[in-house]
Design a protein around this ligand. Structure first.
Ligand code: PLP
Length: 458
């Protein structure tokens, strides 16, 4: 039944691919607070960022324009997998017996298997335009590293990936994908950088963290004229590139004759969540009543238990000071399977919107998240990435709460990627070997005390 809520898949034509990215900064009630130079404490300007990023991305980072045109070459590559499908999860609804309607936007159809190439392609494109020939980056679970390797191959750049050690060991086939697309990859901390060697000396058995791997990528790029640094999340321009997701979803929900009461995504650095949520937050700021929910792991509860403070983006303190919810730059989260959510901070745009009450957050333990992932896989068929499974769990919880309140809600979540390279995690879950890690209060207090010396945002 085309055009009615009985349909399962809502598909846009290639010609309906959004031609502009949406910049939430233009509509935020309180603009994001400035990023500060760690030495001087002054706001960072474009020139400070020039050794690491091409000017086109720096200008997007500080832009206040509501919309930014997407270059044709990027649209051309996006069309390999975009627009992505929106599904009505009717089998899931039936299995859990909810009266609510659950929809999900599926980003796992991209060649590397997640939302990450939406920004990887854009970043590789602008770097190539400005004459850089090589990108250095970090990766957690490997989704970002494989997306950037893929984008660099298509655009014609070299790529070096520092992959968090625990994921390097847990996900060998992500490593192979990165190599297949021609990038160089090492486990982080590595012996290739000063910051990596320093960590290895002090903590030879560390599982690594995104904060450490970012330090290595930044150091690598800062030391070479041919290279830029590329980040897969957190920064304004990365979130901007992801907004094709939410713009498509608005058009697809319209096709379904529906509009969400609840919009949900998992949050690591925040890019897939922002990609889906920001175009809806535009509607929320304009007066629509939407509950926007960010889902994070209890082992790394940045938004729910962190402090809104100025902190470094990476362990080595080589980055500017960023106003964000943080567990502190030297925090090494427990080695949960959602490697892409093991980041001590979060995007400043999301932090500000949480602070202003436009987004709320919840944290879940991984055994609950995997239980929801299994229900999803057994009804909708797709095996979800452990990161994305936090959003599935959030959606099922929202549906349960609606049923308890005798309400019928329309719930939309982002399924940011598939879990085809996360089967070791599923094996562990099925064998009953998954450990739940919730951060203890002492660890939070230690982290928060240590932030006290840094500048405080307003
Ligand atoms: C499938 C998937 N979803 C979500 C994330 C979290 O990143 P972000 O919060 O930037 O979307 C990752 C990160 O690696 C990922 O691989």
């Amino acid at each position: 039944m085309v055009g009615s809520v009985e349909q399962t898949k809502f598909l846009l034509d290639e010609s309906q691919l959004p031609r502009r990215w949406y910049n939430v900064v233009a509509d935020m009630p309180n603009p994001p607070q400035p990023v500060l130079h760690p030495g001087t404490g002054d706001p960072v300007g474009p020139d400070d960022l020039a050794p690491l990023f091409p000017m086109a991305l720096i200008l997007q980072e500080v832009s206040e324009e509501a919309e930014i045109a997407i270059p044709e070459e990027i649209l051309d590559i996006y069309s390999l997998w975009r627009p992505t499908p929106l599904y009505r999860a009717r089998r899931l609804e039936q299995a859990v017996g909810t009266k609510s309607r659950i929809f999900y936007k599926y980003e796992g159809v991209s060649p590397p298997g997640s939302h990450k190439p939406n920004t990887a392609v854009a970043q590789a494109y602008y770097n190539k335009q400005e004459g850089r020939t090589r990108l250095a980056t970090e990766t957690g679970a490997g989704q970002w590293g494989s997306a950037l390797a893929f984008a660099c191959k298509l655009i014609g750049l070299e790529c070096k990936v520092y992959m968090v050690r625990i994921s390097y060991e847990q996900k060998p086939f992500r490593r192979s994908m990165i190599q297949l697309w021609g990038a160089e990859i090492v486990a982080s901390p590595s012996r290739d950088t000063q910051s990596g060697r320093a960590i290895l000396e002090e903590f030879p058995d560390t599982p690594g963290s995104l904060g450490i791997a970012i330090s290595e990528g930044v150091e690598d790029a800062a030391q070479r004229d041919d290279s830029s640094y590329s980040l897969g999340s957190v920064l304004n321009h990365v979130l901007l590139h992801q907004t094709v997701i939410g713009q498509e979803a608005i058009a697809q929900m319209e096709m379904a004759g529906a509009f969400p009461d609840v919009v949900i995504g998992c949050v690591g650095g925040g890019s897939n969540f922002a990609g889906l949520a920001f175009p809806f937050i535009r509607e929320k700021i304009a007066g629509c009543d939407i509950d926007v929910l960010a889902c994070e792991p209890a082992a790394c509860p940045t938004l729910t238990r962190g402090l809104f403070a100025y902190d470094f983006g990476a362990t080595s303190k080589l980055t500017p000071l960023v106003p964000m919810h943080t567990l502190r730059h030297d925090f090494v989260p427990a080695p949960i399977h959602a490697g892409g959510l093991r980041y001590h901070g979060v995007a400043p745009l999301i932090s500000q919107l949480v602070k202003d009450g436009l987004i709320r957050a919840e944290a879940y333990v991984q055994s609950d998240v995997f239980a929801s992932a299994i229900v999803f896989a057994n009804t909708e068929g797709i095996i979800p990435a452990p990161e994305s499974s936090h959003a599935i769990h959030g959606a099922l919880k929202a549906a349960r709460q609606a049923d308890e309140a005798a309400e019928e809600r329309t719930i939309l979540f982002n399924l940011s990627g598939h879990g085809h390279f996360d089967m070791a995690a599923y094996d562990n879950y099925l064998a009953g070997k998954l450990e739940d890690v919730a951060l203890d209060e002492q660890e939070i207090e230690r982290a928060l005390r240590a932030i006290e010396g840094l500048p405080t945002p307003a």
